[in-house]
Design a protein around this ligand. Structure first.
Ligand code: NAI
Length: 344
């Protein structure tokens, strides 16, 4: 009998391609003998179908109990009065840091040797959803308004997280991405706080520089190698992390971790991909790499490294790739090749 201590964690397969990539990821984790004990829950459209709630209380309770979750993408119906389950989860568990690494695994692409980390503030900014319409002359949507909020406390927390991450992982530079020239309050407070924290606590440990978000977007496609760790507010982080995913082969390669003081939820950056759902062709690597981040998080870095190494071998030595990476393999074929490597 194995003496490995089991680690309880919530599992939410999610919507669209979610169940397909979750099944693939579970197969990889099983081949690795990863000691997770899954508490299966539903959310998103799965939650609406099961019990009329995109974030059922049982799912919330499960994450509260275990403090650890692996989550597939959750579909947010446009309109219809539903708030995003992802945003609700981030609020409920104060998952203030969204960590999105982008690392080249397949060499020789348009961009090679990319190794960037995006740290996105996850609880504040324009994502708070303080929105309303003002009706004028019978047009109920004549004016649309949104209020963003960034707090000193929230800015301190996320910039410290980014600096700590950089120091702990031997990174050289943290770039603070902002729009303080125009949004002087909303993102001015973010830049001001980053400068203060860097000067007071990190100036001897890591370099900090600053860049305006539009220039950052341009420089990321002109010369991404000049960046190392980037830290920014919620909406800018959302947009730039998809851009960064594009540098390493697209959304199928981009994992993310939502980290707070009492819980951590690991997921792919991508959504439910309704255009390919059910076709068996989704790339499961983003969720698998999220599972690798989860293994690191629970103190099993050898298993995380093995998973990343064998994904690399399947892609580059076995040459088995899904369609988004220019290959012909189905999700199941890629997974079978990976399980074979992991079981060797
Ligand atoms: P999406 O990320 O689902 O898809 C964008 C494009 O990338 C599509 O062409 C899709 O086929 C492709 N793609 C995504 N994942 C892929 C994979 N694993 N393998 C191969 N190709 C892949 O973005 P979209 O279409 O804007 O959103 C669809 C739904 O997902 C929406 O309801 C949205 O709210 C939700 N969503 C959920 C997220 C989450 O749960 N973390 C994140 C982003 C969106």
């Amino acid at each position: 009998m194995s003496s490995t201590k089991m680690i309880p964690a919530t599992l939410i397969p999610g919507d669209g391609v979610g169940p397909e990539i979750t099944e693939a990821t579970l197969a990889a984790l099983a081949a690795l003998n990863a000691p997770f004990e899954w508490d299966h829950q539903v959310a998103g459209m799965g939650g609406v179908t099961a019990c009329g709630d995109p974030l059922p209380p049982a799912c919330v309770e499960s994450i509260r109990k275990h403090g650890l979750a692996l989550k597939g993408p959750l579909e947010t119906p446009i309109g219809g009065g539903y708030r995003s389950s992802n945003v609700r989860l981030r609020e409920e568990f104060k998952l203030y840091a969204n960590l999105r690494p982008a690392l080249t695994i397949i060499p020789g692409g348009r961009y090679d040797k990319i190794d960037l980390v995006m740290v996105r503030e996850n609880n504040e900014g324009l994502y708070m959803g303080y929105e309303h319409f003002i009706p004028i002359d019978g047009d109920p949507h004549a004016v649309g308004m949104s209020t963003g909020i960034n707090t000193r406390q929230g800015c301190r927390r996320i910039v410290r997280f980014a600096f700590e991450y950089a120091v702990a992982h031997g990174r050289k530079k943290v770039t603070v991405v902002h729009k303080a020239n125009i949004m002087k309050a909303l993102t001015g407070i973010f830049l001001e706080t980053a400068r203060e924290i860097h000067e007071a606590e990190y100036k001897d440990k890591v370099i900090m520089d600053e860049i305006i978000v539009d220039a950052c977007a341009m420089k990321l496609v002109m010369n991404p190698w000049q960046f190392d760790v980037l830290v920014t507010t919620n909406l800018f982080g959302d947009i730039l992390s998809d851009e960064i995913a594009g540098l390493v082969g697209g959304l199928g390669m981009a994992p993310g971790a939502n980290i707070g003081e009492k819980a951590a939820i690991f997921e792919a950056v991508h959504g439910s991909a309704p255009d390919i759902a059910g076709k068996g062709i989704a790339n499961p690597i983003a969720l698998m790499l999220a599972a690798a981040m989860m293994l690191d998080h629970v103190g099993l870095p050898e298993k995380a490294t093995r998973l990343r190494r064998d994904i690399d071998l399947v892609l580059n030595t076995d040459n088995i790739r899904t369609g988004d990476l220019g290959g012909k393999a189905t999700t199941k074929e890629f997974t079978a090749a990976l399980v074979k490597r992991l079981s060797a």
